[in-house]
Design a binder for this molecule. Structure first.
Ligand code: GLC
Length: 494
């Protein structure tokens, strides 16, 4: 009897062991299948986002072609090539107290500077940054402008004795409004459309200076807007103030755009009298650039289709700070759904659009710790993923790398397109040309910046790239706008 019992127990144990082994094997197979799926998704992403030098050259050429087309006629290109009415750039002689208001992202800034001519330069400056509540970005235009004008009024009230406004003069403001505007003069222009997830219906087609002026009046603020400029145009002015060789300005921040100095007679669509200087600053609105050469993926297409402006700002949606983190989120969500990258359950937070901001992506991308603890902490803080394997964290970093590199390299290709339009890099000139750069993405996302600079060299070649430089126009759009307010001051003697 005992023998029978022992025999049965041995058989049962053996059966259990076989069952356990089968489960373990099955589990291992499932895990292997999942990692194989992860590898396949990553491989596909890498291939679709690839930007070999030849591709970048094609993008650069397409950019140059579109620039020509946009200068020929209105609506001749995806590039609006907007005439800025800035035909005089700062010389260094600007003097006096000027204000600037910089609106264009999730924050706006107010700024005052005391300019002291060639010797004094920027004698003193003060600024204040205010973040815009989310609901105001999609509310009514009166609400938005009242909020801004009230902050400006408070800032003016805090003006100290170091700033001097001559008796009888009204304070003047350079208004950096970083959206596509059809200018009608240096101090007026109508909004073409909102970008960067602003969506206030009533402002499209309105003169933005009148909107701001009305709001300033409502707030009891006595101030005159003397220059309405795009942030790229402000950055260009600020850049030239510091370095005469600056030919173009690039913004890489929440959005992306470029402005450059064009020969006025090359602007075929221009119907006004040619300016004395023979030059005109063009706001390219390059964020709206589109080309079959741009490497795009299903994630980009879905992001675009679900955006506030489908079909528009395609280049911007591949490059700028507003979107990079969101592209990464979409890839991670697919990996979570198809390959259980973060465990059996898909983290609910990962399904929320725009929850992964680019600064968070950047922090994860720059994590050099052996166990990627920053990645782990950010996944927990922003996506509610309480534990992640090291392997999964490595995947996250890889996704950030692919998405950031593509954006940075495409931005570099756009810059080469501008250089070509200006006759550089096609052998016509070896003159030094400098870009003034502004925007948090370029400033703070080191790996993005490094990829961009490397790609610029790669596409231009060693020799041509030696005469091209990129400098951070620190606060170009703030100081630049006040410089333009100064050079277009109503108190200037002509
Ligand atoms: C968006 C705007 C553009 C601005 C850029 C950078 O592309 O349309 O006007 O210059 O963002 O802020």
């Amino acid at each position: 009897m005992r023998k029978v019992l022992v025999g049965t127990a041995v058989i049962c144990a053996a059966a259990a062991a076989v069952a356990v082994t089968a489960i373990v094997v099955q589990h291992r197979r499932r895990i292997n299948r999942r990692w194989a799926r992860v590898a396949a998704v990553l491989k596909e992403l890498e291939e679709q986002c690839a930007t070999p030098t030849e591709k970048l050259k094609e993008v650069a050429d397409a950019m140059t072609r579109e620039m020509h087309a946009g200068l020929e006629s209105e609506d001749g290109s995806t590039l609006k090539m907007l005439i800025s009415f800035v035909d005089k750039l700062p010389t260094g002689d600007e003097r006096g107290l000027f204000y600037a208001l910089d609106l264009g992202g999730t924050n706006f800034r107010v700024l005052r500077v005391q300019l002291g001519g060639k010797e004094g330069r920027v004698v003193k400056q003060e600024s204040k940054e205010v973040s815009i509540p989310q609901e105001l970005m999609i509310g009514s235009s009166d609400e938005l402008f009242d909020f801004i004008a009230s902050a400006l009024a408070q800032f003016v009230a805090s003006e100290g004795v170091d700033f001097h406004l001559p008796e009888g003069k009204q304070r003047e403001l350079g208004f950096t409004f970083s959206f596509p505007v059809k200018q009608t003069s240096i101090a007026s222009g109508t909004l073409i459309k909102w970008t960067k997830r602003f969506n206030i219906k009533s402002t499209v087609g309105e003169d933005v200076v009148s909107e701001l002026t009305r709001a300033m009046k409502r707030q009891g603020l006595d101030m005159q807007v003397t220059a309405l400029v795009n942030d790229t145009v402000g950055a260009l002015a600020g850049g030239i103030y510091d370095d005469n060789d600056v030919v173009a300005a690039i913004i890489l921040g929440t959005g992306t755009n470029a402005a450059y100095v064009e020969r006025a007679d090359a602007i075929k669509k221009w119907q006004g009298p040619l300016p004395n200087s023979g030059k005109m600053v063009i706001n390219m609105e390059w964020g709206n650039f589109r080309s079959s050469h741009l490497p795009t993926t299903d994630y980009d297409q879905a992001l675009d289709a679900e955006s506030l402006n489908p079909g528009e700002q395609i280049y911007e949606k591949l490059i700028s700070g507003m979107y990079l983190g969101e592209i990464v989120r979409r890839v991670l969500l697919r990996l979570a759904v198809e390959a259980a990258l973060f465990g059996e359950e898909v983290p609910p937070q990962l399904k929320v659009p725009f929850v992964l901001r680019t600064p968070v992506m950047s922090a994860m991308h720059h994590d050099t710790s052996a166990d990627l603890k920053v990645v782990g902490a950010k996944l927990q803080e922003f996506l509610g993923i309480s534990s992640s394997s090291l392997k999964a964290r490595k995947v996250v970093v890889q996704v950030c790398d692919i998405v950031a590199k593509r954006g940075a390299r495409l931005a570099a290709a756009g810059m080469v397109g501008i250089l070509k339009k200006l006759g550089h890099s096609n052998g016509k000139t070896k003159k030094r040309m400098a870009f003034a750069m502004d925007g948090g993405l370029y400033e703070h996302y080191t790996l993005f910046r490094e990829s961009l600079l490397a790609a610029l060299k790669e596409v231009l070649g060693e020799e041509a790239s030696a005469s091209v430089s990129v400098t951070m126009a620190n606060d170009g759009s703030g100081i630049g706008a006040s410089l333009l307010a100064a050079s277009h001051s109503r108190y200037l003697e002509n």
